[in-house]
Design a binder for this molecule. Structure first.
Ligand code: NAG
Length: 201
């Protein structure tokens, strides 16, 4: 009887392992599709994703398509954008919930660039992590919070360097581990967020 119990526990353990999601994983630049190979997701990763990120810094830009697993479900329903003087990043995500369902290409939807009444201090500094004279930047779309990116990074068209970049970011983006995504795309800087200011204060 004891052996039977041990056997059942092991069998159930295997069933649990078998339930981990599998998603296609790949990354490519300058295209809107990549051919992924299946990977087993970590236990709390509920969704497969295909994402498209567009970045522009000074006069250089690049786009990256990424497929994989995600545990950040708010990304399935919200695009994330950062906008500042000389810097812009748009991250669009499509999620699906079956094993290896994240096949096919992705199209970036048109962005809402209507000004929303919020303002953030904005700055773009390369080669240093200090901004001496932030300018006032008018936020648009769903960018109602302010961000500061401080530290190392590799931005499109550039070499690894130190940066201080500040501007507007999608409301609440900082609360959903967005820094993890930024690190995979840009580097190892820290990102800090705060509420945007309205013109009246
Ligand atoms: C675009 O953004 C503005 C400002 O946040 C908002 O008032 C408007 O409803 C948005 N339009 C669409 C189509 O989402």
């Amino acid at each position: 009887m004891k052996y039977l119990v041990v056997f059942l526990v092991i069998a159930m353990g295997e069933i649990t392992i078998g339930e981990a999601k599998s998603c296609l994983q790949c990354q490519a630049e300058g295209t809107n599709d990549c051919t992924g190979s299946p990977v087993t997701c970590q236990d709390n990763f509920d969704s497969c994703t295909t994402s498209f990120t567009f970045m522009s810094f000074l006069n250089s830009f690049k786009s990256v398509v990424t497929k994989g697993c995600t545990s950040i479900l708010p990304l399935c329903y919200n695009d994330i954008t950062l906008a500042a003087h000389n810097a812009k990043l748009v991250h669009h995500n499509q999620c699906c919930y079956q094993d290896n369902c994240n096949v096919g290409s992705i199209i970036m939807p048109r962005q809402n660039t209507t000004k929303n009444g919020y303002y953030c201090p904005s700055c773009f500094v390369e080669g240093s992590t200090v901004c001496n004279r932030p300018a006032k930047y008018a936020c648009y779309g769903n960018n109602e919070d302010c961000f500061e990116y401080i530290g190392a990074g590799v931005f499109p068209g550039g070499q690894p360097n130190k940066y201080y970049i500040a501007g507007c970011i999608t409301k609440k983006a900082c609360t959903y581990k967005y820094s993890t995504i930024l690190r995979s795309l840009i580097g190892y800087g820290a990102i800090r967020c705060s509420s945007g200011q309205t013109a009246n204060n």
